[in-house]
Each structure stands twice: as C-alpha cells, then as structure tokens.
Design a protein around this ligand. Structure first.
Ligand SMILES: Cc1ncc(COP(=O)(O)O)c(C=O)c1O
Length: 427
C-alpha cells in the first residue's frame, strides 16, 4: 500500500481517498453490485455483508484465502462471521458432502447421520444431555426462548445491551419495532447490581436470562466470570432458565466457552461452523426440559422444520465435529488468536495509538477510543488494500488453516496503518 502525504490531512479526506482507491481497484465488484441492486434492496440479502461504497463480490475460496471478482486474493479474517472456522472447502467435509449428493437429498425420514451428529455434540458440550437441530442461530434462539416460556409458564426474557441473538433478536438502545415481540428487559452487560435488581424485580415473571458469554458482534467483549456465576445462581433461585447463546463462542474451547469458564447453563444455543459450513442451528441442554420435545409425550412441544435434519448439514456437521474440530485443532487456533491479539495491542500501545483489540482466542475486535465509524472504515479499506479481508465492524476471526505467517501479515498491515495514519489517530 503506497499512501500519499495528503491522506493524513483530514479523516474525511483520507476516507474519500481510500474509497477512490477501492473503486478504482474493484470495477467488477461494482458491476456485480449495481446489477444486484436491480432485484435486491441495495443489492443485498444479508445486511452485515454490505459496506460502503459497495461490498466485494467473492468468487472462490481455499484454505484461509478468498478471491474477489477483480482477481484479488485476501487472507480471510472475516471468516464468514465465525461460520468459516474450517476454512474454505475442507477436504473431509467436501468428501462427506459429495457422498450425500450421490446418495440423494430431501428424503423425508430420519437420516443415517442425525443421531451420530447429535451424540457428537452432546459429547463435546457437557451440559448438552439432548439436542434438537434447526437451520440457523436465530432459529435456535427462538426455540430456546419459546422453550423457556413454555417450561416456566412465564413471559419475561432478560437480555443484554450489545447482545445479538439473530435477526429480530437484538435490542438496540431506544428499542426497535423490527424485533420479535418477546417481553424483554435489557440489562447492561457485566453490570452485577442492575442485573441482580432486575431479576429480583421480575422474579415471578422471568422465563429466562439469555446471554452470550462473550459479546460477539457487540465487539468481542468478554464477560466477568463472577457476573455469569451470579446470573446462574439467581436464575436457579427464581426458577428461570439460564440460556447461553454459544453460536459464536462455542469455538473458544473444545467444550465451548461454558466449559472454559466452568458454567452450566440450563440450555445452550449453537450455530455457525458446527454445521461444517452448511445452514445450521441447534438447541441443547437439560434432558428433563428437552424431553418435552419427545413426540410420544402426551403434551409434546411442536417443533417442526423441513430442513431440521437436512442431509447435507447432518453429514457435513458430523464430519466437521468428529474429524476436523479436534481438541488440538481448536486449542491451536485459539492460541494463535491470543498471540495475534497480543501483537496487535503491542503495535497500538507502542505507537500510542488510541486503539484497543478485545476478545478471546480466535475472535477479536478493533476498538477506537473516539468511536468514530470513519476510523473503522478507513482501517477496513486500508487492510483490504493490503490483502487482509476484515469486517467493517472491525471484527477479526481466525480459521483452522491459518498460520503464524498469516496472522503476522495482519500485524504488519495494522502496523502500517498505525504508522501512515498516525496524524489522524492523534485525536
Ligand atoms: C451470538 C449469535 N447468536 C445468534 C446468531 C444468529 O445466527 P444466524 O445468523 O445463523 O441466524 C448470531 C449470528 O451472528 C450470533 O452471533
């Protein structure tokens, strides 16, 4: 990346110049996006994939690399927002999928991999005594909340500022009329006093406390363990269910973040990479609760879903969990993430740059002290120009095929950003 001296004059000017550079480098992505705008609002069908001036159209991926429509290659630190843990086209998962394509799909009966995949998940996550599959993390959380309401006969759900549990399941300040109509109370994350008083105030009406044990899209903010322990104890005391959304965080140790932190939620929601890259969601937890889904139960809860046991997810998920996502592989990628985060923070500290990188293991997020979204935009556009693909929100996600050479490449590109943009970062 060669930057002209004018780029440090103003943040506005630097962003405009970075955008011009992006547009000049990406005419094919521009064309694809403009064509998409004719039939999809803003050319988009998944909000988080949009960034301005327009997103890159990705055409191919292998291992930890993605290629765009204009022929550039990037080290993929967006990692499909954590779903891409296995990297692109893992050979074991690919073979499992090819076999299923030969055998036939959409057959309308229990498949040969469903039970083995369920057992593999129950073995991996100790609090999962039973599990049910669905197709996304959003669905898994919807199912969890309805389960809690049906189990307790209560309606209020406690959630947290900055939490994200899926489309229609986020709780922005000031509320939203686009959310699912659950009765919610929203508590500041990691705030013991407020959480305790909200639980006490609603103890007879509270169905569940739903929490990410580390905020994922909310900025990779880790939870204080004593905060989670308090929530676990208070929910137990008042008869509400304690639900961990581990859609993102389950990768942070072989038994999920709950195992690493020593927590035992009643229910856990899963998603993303555990389906081996296919559409996936799951709800699991205590047998006494989950067994209410048993269709032989006289008052069984109805949970249908055409694709709940779709053969491609079952086969890819089973292959991924039993053959690829070994303890060793997960420990390695999380250690690589810890090393990367340390190095990025060292770069920022050494340069006295107002940037902090938070997170745990293979998940992290850049935060600028001034909270100006243009700084995140500039960072992302500069890193893209340097061959590093990251999310506009500043989130960085590692995948199994990554090496120290890959993560050192991101550190170098970040160091160049901090150096070249020093004038803009001074305040
Ligand atoms: C913590 C968390 N829960 C739930 C979801 C929703 O999952 P999905 O996008 O598969 O519906 C996400 C997605 O990013 C997530 O990060």
């Amino acid at each position: 990346m060669t930057l002209s001296a004018t780029q440090n004059i103003s943040l506005e000017g630097a962003v405009a110049e970075a955008e011009d550079r992006f547009v000049a480098a990406n005419p094919e992505s521009l064309k694809a996006w403009q064509e998409a705008c004719a039939s999809m609002p803003g050319g988009n069908t998944r909000t988080v994939l949009y960034f301005d001036p327009y997103p890159l159209t990705l055409v191919r991926g292998e291992e930890a690399v993605v290629h765009d429509a204009d022929g550039h290659s990037y080290v993929d630190f967006l990692g499909e927002y954590t779903c891409g843990l296995l990297g692109h086209s893992n050979a074991i998962v690919k073979a499992a999928l090819e076999k299923k394509l030969q055998d036939g799909i959409n057959m309308g009966g229990p498949g040969i991999h469903d039970a083995a995949f369920a057992a593999a998940l129950c073995n991996r996550f100790p609090t999962l005594e039973r599990v049910r599959f669905c197709n996304s993390g959003t669905e898994a959380n919807l199912l969890a909340l309805n389960t809690a309401r049906a189990w307790t006969g209560r309606d209020i759900i406690m959630v947290f500022e900055g939490g994200y549990h899926g489309s229609g399941l986020s709780f922005p300040p000031g509320g939203s009329n686009f959310g699912l109509p659950f009765e919610t109370v929203v508590c500041p994350y990691n705030n013991m006093e407020v959480a305790r008083s909200l639980i006490t105030r609603h103890e007879d009406e509270l169905a569940a406390v739903l929490i990410e044990p580390m905020l994922g899209s909310g900025g990779c903010v880790t939870a204080n363990v004593d905060f989670l322990e308090m929530l676990q104890a208070e929910t137990k005391a008042c008869g509400a269910l304690f639900i961990f959304d581990e859609v993102m965080t389950s990768r942070l140790s072989p038994g999920g973040l709950q195992k690493k932190l020593g927590l035992e939620p009643d229910l856990t929601t899963l998603g993303k990479y555990l389906g081996g890259g296919m559409s996936f969601g799951a709800l699991g937890g205590r047998a006494d609760i989950m067994d209410r889904f048993d269709p032989r139960h006289p008052d069984a809860w109805m949970h249908a879903g055409t694709f709940n046991n779709n053969v491609l997810t079952m086969a890819a998920g089973l292959a991924a969990v039993s053959e690829v996502l070994t303890d060793e592989a997960l420990n390695r990628v999380n250690a690589l993430g810890d090393r990367l985060r340390d190095h990025l923070n060292e770069v920022a500290n050494k340069a006295d740059a107002p940037i902090n990188i938070t997170g745990d293991g293979s998940l992290m997020t850049f935060h600028f002290d001034f909270g100006n979204p243009d700084l995140l935009k500039l960072l992302q556009l500069d890193l893209i120009a340097a061959g590093q693909y990251i999310a506009r929100r500043g989130m960085v996600v590692l995948s199994l095929p990554m090496t120290e050479a890959d993560t050192d490449g991101l550190v170098d590109a970040f160091a160049e950003f901090v150096d070249t943009r020093a004038g803009l970062l001074a305040g």
